[in-house]
Write a protein that binds this ligand. Sequence first.
Ligand SMILES: [Zn+2]
Length: 123
Amino acid sequence: MNISDRKFETMSELGIDKLTKYRGHRRLKVFYYKGLTCSMEGCTKVGTRLIKGTSKLGSVHVDIYTDDFELMNVDHYIPRSFGGSDHLDNLVPMCSTCNHMKGNKFIGVDMNHHFVSPTHPNI
Ligand SMILES: [Zn+2]
């Protein structure tokens, strides 16, 4: 991802050390307490940038990005559709790529008995 693909009108880098300011933030607290590394097994993406963006409509978002401006997401370890909560215990940092790949599955748990994997369209 390139900075020119950004969805915001203006972006400014706050500095990752400012994350402490957001330890009470609904989403950003996950990075504060769980770390900045993607939680997907085998992935080494790390959030290194704390960026404040203002959309064209004026709404302000503070988000964590990797060095190459990939957005770091917050993932539900147990998906909400399986009864997973929004509590910090159930939330983990995850890069956008892994988050899209993981979809609605459990990490590291074979859930094939419970859902049809999109990688096995013939099931
Ligand atoms: Zn990842």
